[in-house]
Design a protein around this ligand. Structure first.
Ligand code: PMP
Length: 285
């Protein structure tokens, strides 16, 4: 089945889809993006992702490339044309094409690219074993709340994790507190059973899955604190996990090579994972 990409108003064969060499996304990483999971045909937390896209665009003074209602339709159409019922939809908006000049150009149209691909959102073995993370310094800029396509520090971090045989890298600020993963939010359950994740200001991305899990934890009566935690606290935690659109709630069983708790996925992580999927798709697996 040939893959299809949507680029600026046209559905194109994937291999031929391209943007201009002077696109500001290419020249300056002057663009933003969203990744939405599709599970059983459901666009998971679609509203939250579109709201955050609107916020990222507003912060950078990039106009919507099309009305949100139309965007929802195109996202579905790209998934449909690629026959994706379990996978991801990727939406990228850049400021557009203009002669290379740092200042925002006037009167240009934003570039819109939408692609979709298959992914296993429910990897039983990985969830049952849990994943490992390493910790690395956070070397990013100070507006991490904007979901910008400038992802080089995250690429470097994920590469380091892969070279260390780990699944994710947790980035650590200059005070020794974990900010977040390269593409996920970071959580621990302390020895006394309190769920902890950092508050979402400009230091981290306000994860849509994070927001959903905060709501579920409250519904389930799980003690919850929104505050930064140190690497030492993470080493001593009873449980650790990450949240992200494509990982849902993923248990972490090793940090920097040492087991978390008894080295097995924790019960809170597992129950929040099931609750998240069930609350969004109406079913559980
Ligand atoms: N933090 C960062 C840096 C990310 O890239 C992501 C993935 N988009 C997340 C957190 C998780 O956010 P979400 O739950 O919206 O996917």
């Amino acid at each position: 089945m040939p893959r299809v990409a949507y680029v600026n108003g046209r559905y194109q064969p994937f291999a031929e889809a391209c943007v201009h060499v002077e696109d500001r996304g290419f020249q300056f990483a002057d663009g933003v993006y969203e990744v939405v999971a599709v599970d059983g045909g459901v666009l998971m937390d679609e509203d939250g992702h579109l709201e955050r896209l609107g916020r990222s665009l507003r912060e950078l003074q990039i106009p919507w490339p099309m009305p949100v209602r139309a965007l929802r339709q195109v996202m579905r159409e790209v998934a449909r044309r690629n026959r994706i019922t379990e996978g991801t939809i990727y939406v990228q908006v850049t400021r557009g094409v203009a002669p290379r000049d740092f200042k925002y150009p006037k009167g240009i149209l934003p570039t819109l690219v939408i692609t979709s691909r298959r992914a296993n959102l429910n990897p039983t073995e990985r969830v049952e074993k849990g994943v490992s993370v390493i910790t690395i310094p956070d070397i990013r800029w100070q507006r991490r709340d904007i979901k910008s396509v400038a992802l080089l520090p995250q690429c470097m971090g994920k590469q380091r994790a892969a070279e260390a045989g780990a699944y994710e890298a947790w980035m650590v600020d200059e005070t020794g507190h974990v900010t977040e993963g390269t593409s996920s939010n970071a959580w621990i359950v302390t020895a006394d059973g309190t769920l902890v994740t950092r508050h979402a200001n400009t230091n981290i991305l306000r994860g849509i899955t994070r927001m959903a899990v905060v709501g579920l934890a409250q519904q389930h009566g799980i003690g919850f604190q929104e505050r930064p935690f140190t690497v030492a606290e993470a080493y001593a935690a009873r449980e650790a996990f990450m949240t992200a659109a494509t990982n849902y709630v993923m248990p972490i069983t090793r940090i920097d090579g040492a087991p978390v708790g008894d080295g097995r996925p924790g019960p809170i992580a597992i129950s929040l994972r099931h609750a998240y999927r069930a609350s969004r798709t109406g079913g559980s697996r």
